[in-house]
Write a protein that binds this ligand. Structure first.
Ligand SMILES: Cc1cc2nc3c(=O)[nH]c(=O)nc-3n(C[C@H](O)[C@H](O)[C@H](O)COP(=O)(O)O)c2cc1C
Length: 326
């Protein structure tokens, strides 16, 4: 990984004059998961199976995240949306990938055995188009020993199915009532920023027995073809992510953190340790790197290293001392 050149000059005595002599303790607790550091991946933004194929044991030795969140799976296999599926936005991108995946059976047979060899806890992301499908997914995934936790993707901003379980607190409560009894493993609810009251949805998730929440998913967006003015994406609309959404994400993370006592995994435009620290200040316990991993697959590791440097510079010995107590 490339290092940033050190700036010449600076304050007398150098920036690190008062820094800690030992590396800060970055350990984080997410529900019952004890993590080596707070940096996870955003679901669907890091293909660990492809990366293992290319880097093999080197990736296992230097895995960029402290837990791995799988791409969202559905009950049935899905081909995803028609192309084009990506649009480069100012300071971000719009995707309409549309949850392509092998379905529950294909995932359990082909992907889980590989993901189970990763050196970090595995979180499997699931999305159902109704309570029965969610229940089938939670029951099928949670019984496998390789799985440490599940993330319930109630956002689905790209799929034209009317998947609105994360738009409304009552919908979220009903979903939790159905799936919570199915497993004792941690359930993380991934919230959608397209809800009018994200804090209310988080409260409903907490009352329904969620162990944590993660946010934000992508913001509904509709890029236009610069020539024709017609929708650029094959699916018409998609979801915006990347630096463009960071301030929105900070606002929503803060809204959720002030209304619930659940641990929060904050994400949305994180590219640096500085960004990660902003999310911790807003109330996050952990953070996730998404779009930035497409530009720099080692971004997770870099964000962790930069965060450690920042804490050392500020003489903070333990990240946990900055995290709000849930
Ligand atoms: C190409 C792409 C695919 C994604 N796929 C999923 C997915 O399968 N499930 C999910 O919950 N979120 C998915 N997301 C959303 C990210 O996990 C993350 O919540 C969002 O992009 C905001 O973080 P970022 O700005 O750092 O990318 C996807 C995002 C992108 C860009």
């Amino acid at each position: 990984m490339r290092r940033r050149p050190r700036r010449a000059g600076g304050r007398p005595g150098g920036d690190l004059a008062g820094a800690l002599t030992t590396a800060p303790d970055l350990r984080a607790t997410l529900a019952s998961l004890e993590l080596a550091h707070p940096v996870l991946n955003g679901s669907g933004t890091f293909d660990a199976i492809a990366a293992l194929r290319v880097f093999g044991d080197e990736l296992r030795e230097r895995f960029p995240f402290s837990a791995f969140v799988s791409k969202t799976i559905t009950v049935e296999p899905r081909a995803g949306n028609p192309p084009p599926r990506l649009w480069e936005a100012a300071a971000g991108m719009v995707n309409s990938i549309g949850l392509p995946n092998k379905g529950l059976t294909g995932f359990l047979r082909h992907d889980l055995p590989v993901l189970g060899t990763l050196p970090v806890p595995l979180v499997v992301s699931v999305a159902g188009f109704g309570h029965d499908e969610f229940a089938q997914l939670v029951a099928g995934v949670a019984e496998r020993d390789e799985v440490a936790a599940l993330e319930l993707n109630v956002s689905c901003p790209n799929v034209k199915s009317g998947c609105v379980m994360g738009d409304d607190p009552r919908e979220t409560a009903a979903l939790m009532e159905r799936v919570r009894p199915l497993t004792t493993k941690p359930l993380i609810v991934k919230l959608t920023p397209n809800a009018s009251d994200v804090g209310g949805v988080a409260v409903a998730a907490e009352h329904g027995g969620a162990d944590a929440v993660s946010l934000i998913n992508t913001l509904r967006a509709r890029p236009a073809d610069p020539e024709s003015g017609r929708p650029w994406l094959g699916a018409g609309s998609g979801g915006l992510s990347g630096p463009a959404v960071k301030a929105i994400a900070l606002e929503q993370v803060n809204a959720v953190a002030t209304r619930t006592s659940l641990p929060v995994v904050g994400m949305g435009g994180i590219r640096s340790g500085r960004d990660a620290l902003d999310f911790v200040a807003a109330g996050a316990t952990c953070v996730a790197v998404g779009t930035e991993s497409f530009r720099d697959p080692a971004a997770g590791e870099r964000v962790r290293a930069e965060l450690a440097q920042l804490l050392a510079k500020r003489r903070v010995a333990r990240l946990a001392d900055l995290v709000r107590v849930p």
